[in-house]
Design a binder for this molecule. Structure first.
Ligand code: ADP
Length: 176
């Protein structure tokens, strides 16, 4: 039997450790383009993320709550296998810089050879979010400087700020 994948359903995969305003922007723009969007949180057993998969699921759940056609799930293994499991034929990705293009190009070619029936669609980052990354956010939060809350508010949804600062507060109090 030939399975039919839905071209109106896109899956946006990533680590989302933590989710940022850049991610939220891609999700909401994707939700306007596709009938359905599934956000897939990739679980890599070899990496130790700052936020557990359940925490990321909950943070992203809050972010997508206003969007009727978006759902969130965790997955392990290959992204293309998760996209197929969802019954979708589109993998959605965001693109910020030339460095992103290079990495994404290689990834897309590999995914295409693994799953030729799944198409990767890129949305260019909105101008104000081109320099926003989960790594940058973790660096800012880890410094624990005055004004971090205001600064983080430019990069992450308000619901992410307190859980993020709490992670580093816990780390600092464990160190003393
Ligand atoms: P990964 O570990 O797959 O890079 P990320 O959570 O960092 O996971 O990113 C998921 C996807 O979102 C990737 O396609 C990445 O390029 C894109 N992305 C990340 N940050 C932004 C941003 N600020 N604007 C647009 N796209 C972004």
């Amino acid at each position: 039997m030939v399975e039919t994948l839905d071209a109106r359903h896109a899956v946006y995969v990533g680590s989302f450790d933590p989710p940022t305003l850049g991610h939220r922007d891609i999700i909401s723009r994707g939700a306007r383009l596709f009938e359905r969007v599934t956000v897939g949180i990739g679980i890599n057993p070899d990496k130790t993320p700052l936020f557990t998969s359940d925490e990321r699921l909950s943070l992203l759940g809050d972010i997508v709550a206003p969007l009727q056609n978006v759902d969130v799930a965790c997955f392990e293994g290959l992204a293309v296998d998760f996209v197929r499991k969802c019954g979708a034929s589109v993998m959605l990705r965001g693109m910020r810089t030339l460095t992103d293009i290079e990495a994404e190009f290689t990834l897309t070619l590999a995914n295409r050879s693994l799953a030729p029936d799944i198409e990767t669609v890129f949305l260019m980052a909105s101008e104000q979010y081109t320099s926003v990354s989960s790594t940058l956010i973790k660096q800012i939060a880890s410094m624990g400087r005055d004004g971090s809350i205001e600064q983080l508010g430019e990069f992450v949804p308000s619901t992410v700020i307190e859980p993020l600062l709490a992670k580093y507060r816990d780390e600092r109090s464990n160190a003393t």
